[in-house]
Write a protein of this length. Sequence first.
Length: 304
Amino acid sequence: MIQTLHYTINEVVPFINWHYFFHVWRLPSRFSGIAQIHDCDSCRGLWLSSFAAEERAKASEAMQLHKEAMLMLTSLAAQGFRTYVRFGLFDCNSDGDDVIIADHAHTSLSRLSFLRQQGRECLCLSDFLRPVNAEGLQDRIGIFAACADSAIEHLYAEGTPDGDAYRHLLCQTLADRLAEAATERAHQAIRRYYWGYAPDESLSIDDLHAERFQGIRPAVGYPSLPDQSLNFDLDRLIDFSAIGIRLTEHGAMLPHASVSGLMLSHPEARYFDVGPIGEDQLLDYARRRGRTPEEMRPFLAVNL
């Protein structure tokens, strides 16, 4: 199954994680609670007074920023901007630190290679999938990509008739949050309906942001999946261009407000940091990826 989901701005706004929005604006995450406050002067005043006197200036700044962000989201919704999620569900099996993926007609196989954590628990994402020799039984893996309309991050840009540096940055940071929120909403629907491994799931937005659901959704470029070049493999499997995402020669996604990764359903699956790797692991990983160590080195610079 490969499918594209389209969401309006209003459909994904409830799924926005304001903690990360405020982090980008260098405001403490504890101020993200303003998103849960009723939008009236009385409620906002009570929220502001809940902070110590020395914190109220920053809290007031966060309150104003959130208000302006919500006004911008209303404007984006009125202009008809949307968010998009492309996902595929594939039969698969793990093979060591790799995952073998079958196409829908089972006529060809793709192989995704991952890195194993050194020391500590020595985890690898392939550990959470059924091994290839497990009595011929297959597992399932999800692959996704999501983005917000590319025009959002260019609104109010310098040199345009309505150029405004503050509003431009606000749109950019909101576009990032909208792409992530669309992914959150889609992942919930995938767990409950499309994949259906958690049909009775009933979680609040706070539960979703705290990742209290079964399974994980590791994104490319994050600690357990640090190699950005994996985007080329994921693109070949689900075609990012179907939702307007293109890749640079280094595997970065355009528009910038995009995210891609995997979905794993194992009840014990959890996130981890691959951390530092040695030259021996670089050589092994490059071999499995069908590339030279020098080709892979730039993609793993943080881990080497």
